[in-house]
Design a protein around this ligand. Sequence first.
Ligand code: PGA
Ligand code: ZN
Length: 435
Amino acid sequence: MSTSTPTTAIEPISVTELGARSILDSRGFPTLEVRGTLADGTELRAAAPAGASTGEHEAVELRDGGSAFSGRGVNVAITRLDDEIAPLITGRRWSSIDEVDGALAELDGTSGYRRLGANAVVAVSILATRAFAHAAGQPLHTWISTTTGADELLPVPHFNVLNGGAHAANALDFQEFMIAPVGAATEREAVDTGAEVYHVLRALVADRFGTAGLGDEGGFAPPLADPREALDLLVEAIVEAGRRPGTDDVAIALDPAANGFSLGDGRYRVGDELSRDQLVDYYLTLLDDYPIRSLEDGFAEDDGDGWTAMGEALRRPDGSWRVQTVGDDLYVTDPARIRAGAEKGWSDAVLIKPNQIGTVSQTFAAVATARELGMAAMVSHRSGETVDTFIADLVVGTGVGQIKSGAPARGERVAKYNRLTEIELDRPGLRYGLA
Ligand code: PGA
Ligand code: ZN
């Protein structure tokens, strides 16, 4: 993760009109789409994603409550945007994204954007970022790279091909089973490899379970319970697709999302009830038996002792980690939480979700914190998505080298992967791989 000094001055923006409407997300629930017009007549838009297995400390979405859509309407958020955010944003020229985001935080006046809604705030912040890129005459990823001082890099995609936990109706305790084509030479090859393994896996799942139904992120959700059965299926699919299961070719990544199977007090249920130490041992046997390169949220967000125990088991004497250990719900893209976790030796990597922290500039700060602390980072979608592709440009422009955007199927997931291969076409020679 090398950095260079930004060379281009930021052009100011002025947004002449700003409005929002309710659209449906990939789960069929309402979310916000924001539309803005710039002084030169250009129209921009941005949409907010939504999580299902959210962290306790995430920025807070504003939802209507009541009975419609199980209380998930966004009409109150739209009214506040019309009444408060739009006059703020259209009322002046802005000279940096920090300035826009700072004004949004000040207008909101609460922690976690409870008053205006983090769903409204993140969409407006993304729209403003697009406006700055437009004003500078740069593609979004290039503007992000220039602004953050990072070198652009095409990331290794982590395709979530088997779904469990809060994202599926099966009894699988772990939430996400991903494949990562680390050995690919290009983004194109990585995306195609992911899709080919996915098709083989579909046939295996349909043959074995008589159904190839999907979970929220487009991965299959067969009636499995044991994580090992899911891992065996992945290995079989990778081999049958003609690739090598290995941390140097097609690797596996897990997001158990342990909040979902935590029983509290350091106890967990993965089939049997496990103590902290037993769960650490369980992960160690999985690392022995499968080519796993990344392990996210192996312990619950409030179980610091569990994270400490896992860190001690996974850190080698030279300080390197046996597997990339990622904090998602643990850190919620919050620079202060990331710093505290690093000091306690909890993980060597950070998941980056803009709507967890609320604004683009805070997201840049989270990436910068990870980089300063020598931690890796992975940019992530949410389980409830739209076709907005902001995170594809974000991952290239921040150069962190890793993204997860669900399965290589379903429009809201492939929109991001297709944007990555488009950037690669537009930028011949841009490097693909881990940072
Ligand atoms: P969410 O889950 O988007 O449903 O919160 C994604 C994850 O845990 O990584
Ligand atoms: Zn997660």
